[in-house]
Design a protein around this ligand. Sequence first.
Ligand code: NAI
Length: 251
Amino acid sequence: MTEARTAIVTGAARGIGAAVAARLASDGMKVAIVDLDQDACASTVDTITAAGGTALAVGADVSDAAAVDAAVARIADELGAPTVLINNAGILRDNLLFKMTVEDWDLVMGVHLRGAFNMAKAAQKFMVEAKFGRIVNLSSTSALGNRGQANYSAAKAGMQGLTKTLAIELGKFGVTSNAIAPGFIVTDMTAATAERVGVPFDDFIKFSAEQIPVARVGQPEDIANTASFLVSEGAGFVSGQVIYVAGGPKD
Ligand code: NAI
């Protein structure tokens, strides 16, 4: 049997990241749970270890290059060379353009785009050395444009360009890079959006489901299933793609 691979999932203390981490662990990977606060990673780590898997809690702000370098070095040391990376950490700072501050623009760019860049840069050397790697970046249907999300939409479109460029640069080293662009997924992030627009979360979910061809909203496991395929050994010829996981077609 080959040695278990080490995966890194950012923003994995909760939501989509936690579900992806649990899924990769059940697929047999050792998983580093990276989030802002190391203690907040405990519940994801506990879920994985209770199911017989291996997980490590790592506190780091992905937008901070020095923190990322230290985190990735620690992960390589404690779990083994990381060859799977899920860039999932994300934040919202929604506002209409005329009210959006430059700080909220920079914050969103910093977490999504600089964060994914920092993580990919730190992890790629282990992937190139191993002649195997899998990078999955979380984009969004908002990449196609969304009212109140000039910052987030631009960042999520940027994730798609980053994804394709990493696919082109790293392909010859056995490294693939793909993006998942989720639609509505039930998490604290969408709950916060419902609160911001003043709609009870259940009504927000019901209204959203009515607009979705499969007639339901997404769950974190829907994204975990897709990520599990993209990082699998058998997905080596799938690279530079953006997969919309939104219950229906998107352009
Ligand atoms: P969430 O808000 O529930 O979880 C995000 C996690 O990222 C949190 O644990 C947070 O602490 C962490 N995080 C934030 N900034 C960080 C930083 N600088 N460094 C490290 N960790 C940081 O969000 P959710 O819904 O699980 O979203 C995960 C990803 O999926 C995000 O990139 C989001 O933009 C994307 N997405 C979510 C959708 C949804 O409907 N929930 C739809 C499309 C995309």
